[in-house]
Design a protein around this ligand. Structure first.
Ligand code: MG
Length: 437
């Protein structure tokens, strides 16, 4: 078999209109802005990866990510020459990260900065430092997709190479074929309904829709002005299902509370069983969570606070690690996300597979493949496809079915057929094409 050598890289900075606005404490968006990277190997095999950089998650703007792909990652792509799948995985794992800090010194802080601001002379603490992993994720996923196709290997080979102690049931680890919804402990994993709207009327409609569509796991974005009305609406619509265990509810605060506010905010929800509270405080303030334990017994879910294994260790050390929200884009790609998830499992920390708002079916498909390697996720988010986007970039958009049933992927690599014409048409500005060699 010929070696995997990259001969062309195309970066698609996409702008895709969404069917409705998605809002949370840190952002509002009615247009999706994924970055898709396509790599073409000698011989013509193509692979695709995707990322959605968020300054409040990994410290990267969209422009930062575009720049880093063309500078920090380009030499690794140009020298990519793998005679075997194992050597391809070694080169993929060696893709660089770029250090960044999620806090600003006081002199650079702007009005409206929600995260902590450090004093002038203080260096960022480990808790404040995150690597720029989102840009890396797009390239990592594209190379993995291309190499799985080129060498006719699936995720079971990736898991085997990584030497991870456990993999999914054999029937699920079939990365080259078509696979059904992931299973955990004998039951199908379901996708969660995500309720992200500042407008109470829109939230009511969404709730009705998801109840009608049979969803059982709900995640509600809070940290807005009208959280009291939001709590009342959820109480009326879901209260009975929650109390009887037929539905679950997680709150996602996106770091929008201060430790001082949290007691009062949590009081609104005292009569509803919460399955988890995601990122109540900003990254860097996790030590303050111990003091909040007396106000709620709901598990803490770490999202913006959890990028890599170092973060996982830090959170476990603080004694506040209940659930980790692992996301491929945020964690730097498939391999690092899998390492974080497996580390969490070994440490007895539960895992949720999260998604990015506005992701296309490329990233969603990689998420479904991730569940083949790690079928232990407590909750799964993603696969909104053309429920959320006006147009997708694959032939058959991956969308959750009735009750949040996960869609299937089939074929080599991520198992989706990417439409390059649509990628080009949706790019704004135009795609960046780099011919190598
Ligand atoms: Mg979150």
């Amino acid at each position: 078999m010929s070696p995997a050598i990259v001969r062309k890289v195309t970066i698609y900075p996409l702008r895709i209109p969404m069917r409705g606005a998605v809002e949370h404490a840190e952002a509002r968006r009615d247009e999706a802005d994924p970055i898709v990277v396509g790599v073409e190997l000698d011989g013509g095999t193509c692979g695709f990866g995707e990322t959605l950089p968020r300054p409040y998650v990994t410290g990267e703007s969209r422009q930062d990510a575009l720049d880093f792909i063309q500078t920090g990652l380009l030499s690794a792509i140009m020298s990519f020459n793998a005679p075997t799948f194992a050597e391809a995985l070694e080169a993929i794992e060696a893709l660089p990260y770029l250090s960044a800090t999620n806090t600003r010194p006081a002199s650079e802080a702007r009005a409206g900065d929600r995260g902590p601001v450090r004093s002038e002379d203080a260096p960022p603490s480990p808790a404040e430092t995150a690597r720029r992993d989102a840009a890396r994720a797009a390239v990592e996923l594209a190379l993995l997709d291309a190499c799985m196709k080129h060498f006719h290997r699936g995720v079971e080979h990736v898991v085997g190479w990584m030497g991870l102690p456990e993999t999914g049931p054999r029937s699920r680890v079939a990365g080259h074929g078509s696979t059904g919804p992931a299973r955990r402990a004998g039951h199908c994993l379901r996708g969660s309904a995500v309720l992200a709207s500042a407008d109470i009327g829109r939230l009511r409609k969404k709730l009705r829709f998801y109840r009608f569509a049979g969803f059982r796991d709900f995640k509600l974005k809070v940290g807005f002005d009208r959280d009291e009305a939001r709590a009342e609406l959820v109480r009326r619509s879901l209260g009975h299902a929650l109390s009887s265990g037929r539905a679950t509810l997680r709150l996602d605060v996106n770091g929008g509370w201060s430790a001082k506010d949290a007691a009062q905010e949590l009081a609104r929800w005292h009569d509803l069983p919460l399955a988890g509270i995601e990122q109540p405080l900003a990254r860097g303030r996790e030590a303050e969570l111990s003091g909040l334990r007396r106000f709620t017994s709901a598990p803490w879910i770490h999202d913006e606070s959890l990028i890599d294994v170092e973060d996982a260790r830090r959170l476990i050390g603080l004694g506040v690690a209940d659930v980790f929200n692992v996301r491929l884009s945020k964690c730097g790609g498939f391999l690092p996300a899998l390492r974080v998830a497996m580390y969490a499992r070994r440490q007895g920390v539960r895992v949720q597979l999260g998604c990015m708002v506005g992701e296309t079916s490329i990233l969603a498909a990689a998420g479904l493949r991730f569940l083949e390697a790690f079928p232990y996720a407590e909750w799964v988010e993603g696969c909104f496809g053309t429920w959320l986007l006006r147009v997708d970039v694959v032939r058959r958009s991956l969308r959750l079915g009735y009750g949040g049933r996960l869609p299937t992927v089939g074929g080599p690599g991520w198992g989706v057929q990417v439409d390059e014409g649509r990628l080009t048409a949706l790019s704004a500005p135009a795609p960046i094409v780099l011919h190598l060699g």
